[in-house]
Design a protein around this ligand. Structure first.
Ligand SMILES: NC(=O)c1ccc[n+]([C@@H]2O[C@H](COP(=O)([O-])OP(=O)(O)OC[C@H]3O[C@@H](n4cnc5c(N)ncnc54)[C@H](OP(=O)(O)O)[C@@H]3O)[C@@H](O)[C@H]2O)c1
Length: 293
């Protein structure tokens, strides 16, 4: 039987090994003002990575930068709307000026606007495409030349399990994440042997403001309490695994890839299971029983 002491020693050893790996490296994290991006930036900066924090809300980025500096880390705050190509290019140029080289690019900025495909507002879909797909493309294209020149670098794109299987009420979001998966997989092959490594991290439902904003009613909120979303730190660990072990893809939770492959083999059965889940969710959101709708 292991006791807490053994676990703490093991954790300490892992953290030491990770510090050795990360110390002195530099990273640029988009979407660092909230949720997953905030946690990734905080943890990696704590392991000695110099951080460039990018998002639109300066106040939130400043808060994170203070937390990082408080632990003797290094953080540079740069605001940008990643859907604006020019802004992204300026931010990356400034980051390169300040820190010399970007070793790690974490593409985490993203938005989710829920709604059925049937009633989808094309402008809402366009907004998600602009951030989730084009915004990520802008940052990759701005950072990649310097990585190619250095013959090294790591890019991690935060996808979603909704980017492997369409989910009701998330059709537009799912489509943008499918697009992100396609871009990443194609680029991974284009970068083969270049020294630049690109990974996909594919989370399921994670406890962040994005998810909390989309809980539609107190009852639905209670449903979320019964089936709680994953802690954000799980995604951070997935990113650390992708970086240290040079993995092409890490799903969160682990094993989701197997379920996803099985689901893809039986699309009709998967549809039925998701349809039942969707009815229950609609019921929870409206506060009525399914047969009353
Ligand atoms: N939470 C989940 O269950 C889940 C599951 C799978 C995948 N993901 C993905 O994980 C990533 C992070 O999501 P999250 O859950 O952490 O959401 P979140 O808490 O809402 O954070 C989203 C981040 O994206 C930034 N952002 C949004 N639009 C931007 C823009 N135009 N330019 C620059 N930054 C922008 C936001 O910063 P500003 O508002 O300050 O600009 C914020 O920092 C997203 O790509 C999301 O699709 C989330």
């Amino acid at each position: 039987m292991r006791d807490d002491g053994d676990l703490m020693v093991a954790e300490d050893l892992i953290l030491r090994a990770l510090r050795g790996f990360f110390r002195g490296r530099t990273m640029l994290v988009t979407g660092a003002s909230s949720g997953i991006g905030y946690d990734i930036a905080l943890v990696l900066a704590g392991l000695g990575v110099k951080a460039v924090l990018v998002a639109r809300r300066r106040v939130k980025l400043d808060e994170l930068a203070s937390a990082i500096r408080h632990k003797a880390g290094h953080a540079l705050v740069l605001t940008a709307d990643i859907s604006r190509r020019q802004q992204v290019q300026e931010v990356v140029a400034r980051a390169l000026e300040e820190i010399g080289h970007i070793d790690i690019l974490i593409n985490c900025a993203g938005i989710l606007e829920p709604g059925s495909v049937e009633n989808m507002d094309p402008q809402s879909f366009q907004r998600m495409l602009n951030v989730n797909v084009l915004g990520t493309l802008h940052t990759i294209q701005a950072v990649l030349p310097s990585m190619r020149q250095a013959g090294s670098g790591h890019i991690v794109n935060i996808g979603s399990l909704a980017g492997r299987r369409g989910i009701p009420r998330l059709g537009g979001y799912s489509a943008t994440k499918f697009a992100l998966v396609g871009l990443t997989e194609a680029l991974r092959v284009e970068l083969f042997d270049s020294g630049v490594h690109i990974a996909l991290v594919m989370p399921g439902v994670v406890d962040t403001p994005m998810i909390r904003r989309n809980a539609q009613s107190p009852l639905e909120g209670r449903l979320t309490e019964m089936l709680p979303p994953m802690p954000v730190r799980w995604v951070t660990w997935a990113v650390i695994m992708a970086l240290t072990l040079r993995l092409a893809e890490v799903d969160v939770p682990p094993g989701a890839a197997v379920v996803e492959k099985l689901a893809a083999l039986f699309p009709g059965v998967t549809d039925a299971a998701l349809a039942i889940g969707n009815r229950l969710r609609e019921w929870a959101a409206s506060g009525t029983r399914p047969q009353e709708q």
